[in-house]
Design a binder for this molecule. Structure first.
Ligand SMILES: [Zn+2]
Length: 285
């Protein structure tokens, strides 16, 4: 049997189940999504410097930015944020095709972005035109243009934007049941790698553990059939620490007799502690 969410297999007749880790992780994803969705939808100002949960999303999504399951989302998000940042609020499908390469059609992505109220789509005679909504404009307009750091800022905003979109897909995954696994996901794809990485990291922090070893991590994702090349990429990403340009989840990496220990940044534990309180409060209601 295979866990419908993470891919863990256990013996038993063919079919799907939900593993204990996913049972614990699903309400965490649901709560994080609710909190993020509220702040992106309602806040006047979206500032990742002060909203640490947004920072967490951006930092986490950096880790899988090159993964084939998620790469297309980053590409289109970066493109949209670039446009919005330079106050161009309409994008034709032709422009998009020239700038963002994909072998997949745009329909599924457009549908998802519309669902999240990030774009609306206007149909012209020969092509579709994306119109960026206030929600997207608000996010892109957070910082004054300062050319010296604008590239960095755009990258960061794009990661928050992509993180929000991906979190929505993870939210859909969190609602899957073994017999009703046909929740509609873009291109019918689960984000298995991202799900597994976040499940590992967030549950650690959620339980108040501030460090983990490379062996621990590899064991966890191998059981869920994440291929070894992907595991290597993930470990490399976790090893790359330098504040804003890459992920800022790990504050220290200690190598001792061939074993690597990663230490999580304090803010990750603080944010997950908040989420834990909210999950508990929701449960008691
Ligand atoms: Zn599972």
């Amino acid at each position: 049997m295979i866990c419908v969410k993470c891919g863990l297999s256990k013996s038993g007749r063919n079919g799907f189940f939900i593993c204990d880790d996913c049972i614990e992780f699903s309400p965490i994803i649901q709560t994080v999504y609710q909190v993020i969705d509220e702040s992106i939808s309602n806040a006047e100002v979206i500032d990742p410097e002060t909203n640490r949960l947004l920072q967490l999303i951006a930092d986490c999504t950096f880790i899988t930015a090159n993964n084939p399951q998620t790469a297309i989302f980053y590409k289109i998000c970066e493109y949209i944020i670039h446009k919005a940042y330079s106050q161009e609020y309409e994008i034709t499908e032709n422009e998009l095709n020239k700038s963002v390469r994909t072998t997949r059609g745009w329909g599924e992505i457009f549908r998802l972005f519309q669902e999240l109220d990030l774009i609306s789509v206007r149909v012209e005679e020969y092509q579709r035109v994306l119109v960026l909504t206030d929600k997207t404009r608000k996010l892109a307009g957070q910082f004054d243009t300062d050319s010296s750091r604008s590239e960095q800022v755009i990258k960061r905003l794009a990661h928050i934007y992509a993180g929000y979109v991906l979190l929505h897909i993870l939210y859909e995954m969190s609602n899957m049941t073994p017999d009703e696994s046909e929740i509609h996901l873009p291109y019918g794809n689960k984000l298995k790698t991202l799900w597994n990485v976040l499940m590992f990291l967030w549950v650690k922090a959620y339980e108040g553990t501030d460090e983990f070893s490379d062996e621990d991590f590899v064991k966890f994702v191998s059981k869920r059939r994440i291929p070894s090349t992907t595991r290597g990429e993930l470990l490399r990403a976790l090893n790359t620490m330098s504040g804003r340009t890459v992920q800022g989840l790990i504050k220290d990496v200690v190598v001792n007799e061939g074993q690597i220990t990663f230490k999580l940044e304090d803010y990750v534990l603080i944010e997950m502690g908040r989420i834990r309180e909210r999950v508990r409060a929701d449960r008691e209601r």
